[in-house]
Ligand binder design. Structure first.
Ligand code: EPU
Length: 433
């Protein structure tokens, strides 16, 4: 298991380029299951979750080809000869988003078998709402031996009102409804940019969708979808993480190749805490002037402040003067990073869904443990301003969603190294007689 060693104290200066969005690439790869023809996706980030999705498609009988050299971020998928419409537990347990294939598989193949995801480090995360919504489209669903089995000769359009906003739920059902008979209307949908980008791919494949990116989506089912080529949008959470890194380290950082409109709530908050920002068409320049002041944050569905930026914001709040109250409204257990930051010297108290962060606290390097993807990113941020060396263990979490983060950070001045697990000390063998 790799670790990161980070020596804090360097301001980040220079330009960092943002990769494609993991959370858009995942449903777009699943969307390739909706057609026998070839789907070409550009700007796919080289992160572990997408390797998992690739493995899943291949195990089901799909052909997945990766680009080389300059086309390194291109993935070409053809699922003509799918023979095993199943997402096994081994893959679902490493990446819950594997369940995204359920809707597309039942829509195209008439059947699907997908392992139920268990709990995870950030909360319970059930998929009960996805299942209920698929039933509204006529799927017969049974659950046994830890698997969901769905069957339908052909899905038919229906009216779905989401009890609670779900990003992958909206995506999965939007995909399923593209091949259903008749019209599907979904209300209380997720409005995240990832949903809009998936809809753009589906349009290119011949789907008829209106309203993606708003609370109400209408889909007219079509008998089949066809080949398409699509470029994935930039990763707003990676962009946001780097903007915070620039602000915290007192640097002068240009976050390039991003979509500033997708991180509006974060940029507004950063302006409030006193970071100096220059927003261009696809860049954000952040000049950290050191004088950050506390501000409260409530996580909400898009366009509110994203839960996926909460941990990173907490790292920043430890360096702001005053008390910041951070309220996590999306997941019930997403404060695992707080205790690790406390071990580095932060003053954070957790009260249910609220974290009370008192700053500015001098941080000092320590050995810390990453518990999930965004928690790991927040520990990297804390380490960048800590005095001395921080060792972050279990960085496989960060590799799930950040492409070569250590190279990107080193490129703008961070002192950071990845190390493989040390081998145990060589033990002298006892002489044999
Ligand atoms: N929920 C249910 N039942 C369901 C579905 C969701 O109770 O059937 C609850 C969840 O437990 C949660 C809330 O609804 O409390 C919202 O969850 P949502 O379904 O929106 O989350 P998700 O689709 O599983 C995606 C992202 C997450 C991101 C959330 C919230 C992907 C692959 N994942 O998850 O990303 O935190 O939306 O924005 O798109 C990450 O990238 O680190 C990450 C965790």
């Amino acid at each position: 298991m790799d670790k990161f060693v980070i020596r804090g104290g360097n301001p980040l200066v220079g330009t960092v380029r943002i990769s494609g969005a993991k959370n858009t690439a995942l449903p777009c790869m699943a969307a390739a299951l909706l057609t026998e023809e070839t789907v070409v996706l550009e700007n796919i980030p080289d992160v572990r979750d997408l390797q998992t999705m690739r493995r899943l498609l291949v195990e089901m009988g799909g052909e997945v080809e990766l680009g080389y050299g300059r086309a390194h971020h291109r993935t070409t998928i053809c699922t003509r000869s799918l023979n095993r419409p199943e997402a096994p537990y081994e893959l679902v347990k490493t990446m819950r988003a594997s369940t995204l294939v359920l809707g597309p598989l039942v829509a195209r193949m008439g059947r699907a078998r997908v392992s139920l995801p268990g709990g995870c480090a950030i909360g319970a995360r059930p998929i009960d709402l996805h299942i209920k919504a698929l039933e509204r489209l006529g799927a017969n669903i049974a659950q046994e031996h830890g698997y969901v089995e769905a069957r339908a000769e052909r899905l038919r359009g229906g009216h779905i009102v989401w009890d609670r906003i779900s990003v992958t739920g909206t995506e999965e059902l939007m995909m399923a409804a593209t091949l259903a008979e008749g019209e599907t209307v979904m209300e209380n949908c997720a409005r995240e940019p990832e949903v809009g980008d998936l809809a753009s791919l589906l349009h290119r494949m011949g789907a008829r969708i209106e309203g993606a990116g708003t609370g109400t989506i209408r889909i007219q089912g079509v008998p089949r979808l066809h080949a398409a080529r699509h470029r994935i949008i930039p990763d707003r959470i990676e962009a946001g993480t780097f903007v915070i890194a620039g602000a915290m380290t007192g640097g002068d950082l240009i976050v390039a190749n991003c979509e500033p409109a997708h991180i509006g709530a974060l940029l507004q908050k950063l302006a409030e805490v006193g970071a100096s920002l220059q927003v261009g068409q696809d860049t954000v320049r952040v000049i950290g002037n050191g004088g950050l002041k506390a501000a409260d944050v409530n996580t909400e569905e898009y366009p509110g402040f994203p839960t996926d930026m909460q941990a990173q914001y907490m790292a920043l709040a430890t360096q702001a003067e005053g008390t910041s109250i951070i309220t996590e409204n999306i997941f019930e257990n997403r404060f695992m990073h707080a205790q690790e930051m406390v071990r580095m010297g932060a003053n954070i108290k957790i009260e249910g869904r609220r974290a009370i962060v008192r700053g500015k606290a001098p941080l000092s390097g320590a050995a810390v443990l990453a518990s999930d993807l965004r928690a790991s990113a927040s520990l990297v941020l804390a380490a960048l301003v800590a005095e001395g060396e921080t060792i972050i263990d279990r960085v496989y979490h960060i590799d799930r969603g950040y492409e070569r983060i250590e190279e990107k950070l080193r490129g703008v001045g961070a002192q950071m190294k990845r190390i493989g697990e040390m081998l145990p000390k060589k033990v002298a063998l006892a002489p044999t007689s």
